[in-house]
Design a protein around this ligand. Sequence first.
Ligand code: SF4
Ligand code: SF4
Length: 390
Amino acid sequence: MGAPFGFQWHLTDACDQRCRHCYLYGGGAAHAQQMSRDDMITVLGNCLEFSRSEDRPLRFFLTGGDPLLHPDFWDLAERLAAYGLPFEVMGNPFHLTREAAGRLRSLGCRRYQLSLDGLEAAHDALRGRGSFAATLGALDRLKDAGLTSCLMTTVTAENASEIPDLARLAAERGADGFAFARYCPVPGASPRMLTPQAFRDLLAVCYPLFTELARTTSTSYFKKDHLWALYEYETFGRLPGADRAEPAGTDRTETDGASGAQAGSRDAAAGAPVIDGGCGCGRDHLTILPDGSVMACRRLAGSVVGNALEDRLYDLWHGPMNAYRQYDRFTACSSCPLLAACRGCPAAAAGAASDPMPAASGTVSAMPAAFYAPDPQCWRYAAVSGQTKA
Ligand code: SF4
Ligand code: SF4
């Protein structure tokens, strides 16, 4: 069997929050679709056929909106459990009752991910009053149910200074995992991205903190962003590889998709980089929206390649998705030793570009032009290209 493959499946747009950085409701969009039960069964069959044809095991990430608001959420969760398919949930805290947490645990849910975007004032300013307290309450219910929890922060220029306190809070409150992901600009949203140097400074603060917390507490700290590879390369002189020593309890084997950011390597015979790490677009995951739209990456507006209700996923993967794995087009990364293991975040590159952004779902669109543009937060590229680092 090949490497694991992840489907990030948005069952519904329904959500009782209106986060300022949301890619669903950004720009004042107001659409609340949800996939019907029959369509979910069709999509699941398509995914299973993909798994067989591609010979890759599947992993599902059920999300929304808030997936628990979908009236057929439990029907789908029970189907996944019956097939023995691993699944995680990325949802809101408000509907995660004690009963829901226990039921998810009994169905074998691998993990429930909650967003925590700052300490109370900052988080509630972004996600709505009471959301911070509700998130910590949900975390307690996950613990009580014995369900693995993870807190995830979307890092912006506004909340970056609170990341260390959030990392400590995760340990104090007994979260099983903590990670942060970069904010990708969406039309109409107000948060700002960190500058390249500020992002590097954040990693420099977090590296020893995460290492220490992972050593002394039961919380795991996931180095999710691919630019961690750059930080470690510069700081410790090591390329990501099977022989590199990870600090205890830290883990960079998680990406937005499935199989993770493992080492990039070189095919000695061909001399070409073997792309087996870094951005998972075109490599290890797809996103499915409530209307069946299939996206290369949920954070990459305009990356719709087809529809899982009409198109064979295998055909999409070997057809329009080919446009997302033309690795020689990452010209900013071409001379970087981390090309195979990083390539930054093309969604951040596209989001930061000034081009008008196409709609997130609906019709199939041409690949966003800025997909292969330089990562706007890569401090290495900023330095070699002479861009300001401040
Ligand atoms: S140049 Fe590209 S591959 Fe190298 S660290 Fe920057 S984003 Fe990653
Ligand atoms: S484009 Fe960015 S968010 Fe999407 S898979 Fe690649 S690294 Fe992750």
